[in-house]
Every structure is written in structure tokens, then in C-alpha cells.
Ligand binder design. Structure first.
Ligand code: ADP
Length: 255
């Protein structure tokens, strides 16, 4: 509460009363806290790839003659710049979607192709983390949807499944074509989400205890964007998780 007080006097200066004003500033404090957290997360996430990209570019400047190393350094700089541009794109996307703008552009698309490409791309990171991805799906599933955005959904879910996995972990991806619609599940046997965190995982910038404990990189925007894209398609997404056992994310899309 913010309290202000003022005494009231008559013309001759004699005290006739007092006014006390109580103002509930809870929302203002909460909003400030959210903003501060946002700025801190974003600046930290921006600083790491930028510092790294700048260092590589400086090395490159010194060693431009040495062709093999120069190539490696350019690759690293590009990777970091890409990470940065993905982060900025995520920020812009989430702001646009939450302001109610249309964020999908649907066409006829084979979801199996989208899923296969996402799994192939994630396999590189999975192998690096000692995780195996297995997928199960029909030969083809044609839907009217935004293939680029659904690829983003799969990329985010697979990145999380790998990021919060354990060595020798396993990720199972499945795509089912049912009467009611299409169901995609991404299940991991990783560290799981603390029970108290589960209801909040779709909140913008929310990061769970597991992410803070291990200091893994991330912005807390991944699942928010997944939900925004899925809901823009008229679908819904749910997360079921048991701490210490694993997490399953289920995406249901209408036909
Ligand atoms: P980020 O991963 O960048 O923190 P997300 O929005 O993708 O943000 O996820 C929000 C939180 O949900 C994460 O911080 C983490 O605590 C939890 N989470 C999401 N996916 C998983 C998963 N597969 N296993 C364990 N925890 C997860």
C-alpha cells in the first residue's frame, strides 16, 4: 500500500481534519518486477551470443590469412548471430501474437515431412547431448496449416526435450492422424518439471526451477510461442510432467 496524508485547516490555520489516502500499488509493483525480469533475461541472452560473435570476429580480423581457421571462426560468428536473430524474432512474434494480430499463413502441408525435417535437424544436438530421438508416424498427413510455424513448434519442443534430458536419454516423437484431428506428442525421459512449475510453463518469460538450477540457456519464450501457434490453428497444447521421470507435451490440431 502507498499511503499519503494531508491535514486540512480553515482560513485562520486551525486544524479541522485530515485526509488519508490508501493506494493499492500491488499491480504496479508486479508489473515492474515482470519488466525487470524481462530486461534482465533479454540482456543476458543478448550479451552471451554477442560477446562470443564479437570475439570470433576479432580473431578473424587477425587471422584472415589462415584460411581453415578463418572459416571456423566465421561459422561460429554466424551461429551466434543466428541465435541472436532467433531471439529477436521470438520477441517480435510473441508481442505480435499477444496483441491479437494474425500470426499464421495456412496452406496444404504434409505434417510428416515437417516432422521428419525437424527431427533430422534436432538429431545433431541430440547426438551431442547423448540423446536418441525415435519417431513414429504414418506415411503422410495432409493438413491445412502453416508449415513454417508448425516446424517452429516442433523445433521448440525438441529443443526442450534435449535441453532438459539426461545422458543416454530418449525422446519419442509421434504423429497420429485421428477422426478428430492430428495429435503430435513429444515425450522425454529427462529430469521433468517441478509440480509447482507445471501450471506456469506457458507464461511468457517463465523459466522453471530446473532451468534455473542448471543455468541452462533459454528465455522462457519457447512454450509460450508453441501455445500461440497451436491456438492460432484452433488447436490446443498440454504438458504433463513428473519431476525426475520426464515430460510429455501433446499438441492437438483440428483437421
Ligand atoms: P525455456 O526452455 O527457454 O526456459 P520454455 O518456455 O520453452 O522456456 O519452457 C518453460 C519452462 O518449462 C522451462 O524453463 C523449463 O523449466 C520447463 N520445461 C519445458 N520443457 C521441458 C522439458 N521437456 N523437460 C523439463 N522441463 C521443461
Amino acid at each position: 500500500l502507498s499511503v499519503s496524508a494531508r491535514v486540512v485547516t480553515d482560513r485562520s490555520g486551525v486544524l479541522t481534519g485530515a485526509v488519508l489516502a490508501y493506494h493499492d500499488v500491488t499491480q504496479v509493483i508486479l508489473a515492474t518486477r515482470v519488466k525487470d525480469e524481462f530486461v534482465s533475461t533479454v540482456s543476458h541472452e543478448l550479451r552471451t551470443p554477442l560477446t562470443s560473435a564479437l570475439a570470433y570476429l576479432e580473431l578473424l580480423d587477425e587471422s584472415i590469412e589462415a584460411v581453415p581457421e578463418a572459416r571456423q571462426q566465421v561459422t561460429a560468428a554466424r551461429r551466434n548471430m543466428l541465435r541472436l536473430s532467433h531471439l529477436v524474432a521470438d520477441l517480435i512474434f510473441s508481442t505480435r501474437a499477444s496483441s491479437g494480430s494474425s500470426v499464421i499463413d495456412p496452406h496444404r502441408v504434409d505434417l510428416v515431412r515437417v516432422l521428419r525435417e525437424a527431427v533430422d535437424a534436432a538429431d545433431v544436438d541430440a547426438a551431442g547431448a547423448g540423446v536418441r530421438i525415435a519417431s513414429e508416424h504414418p506415411a503422410a498427413v495432409e493438413v491445412h496449416a502453416d508449415g513454417i510455424r508448425l516446424r517452429q513448434v516442433l523445433d521448440n519442443l525438441l529443443a526442450n526435450a534435449i535441453r532438459y534430458s539426461r545422458p543416454e536419454g530418449r525422446v519419442d516423437v509421434s504423429l497420429e492422424d485421428t477422426e478428430a484431428g492430428v495429435v503430435i506428442t513429444v515425450a522425454d525421459d529427462g529430469e521433468g518439471i517441478d509440480a509447482a512449475d507445471v501450471p506456469e510453463v506457458f507464461d511468457r518469460f517463465f523459466r522453471g526451477q530446473n532451468a534455473r538450477r542448471r543455468l541452462v540457456g533459454g528465455t522462457g519464450l519457447g512454450l509460450t510461442i508453441v501455445q500461440m501457434i497451436v491456438e492460432a490453428h484452433g488447436g490446443d497444447v498440454t504438458v504433463a510432467s513428473v519431476a525426475g521421470e520426464g515430460t510429455t507435451v501433446r499438441v492437438a490440431l483440428p483437421r
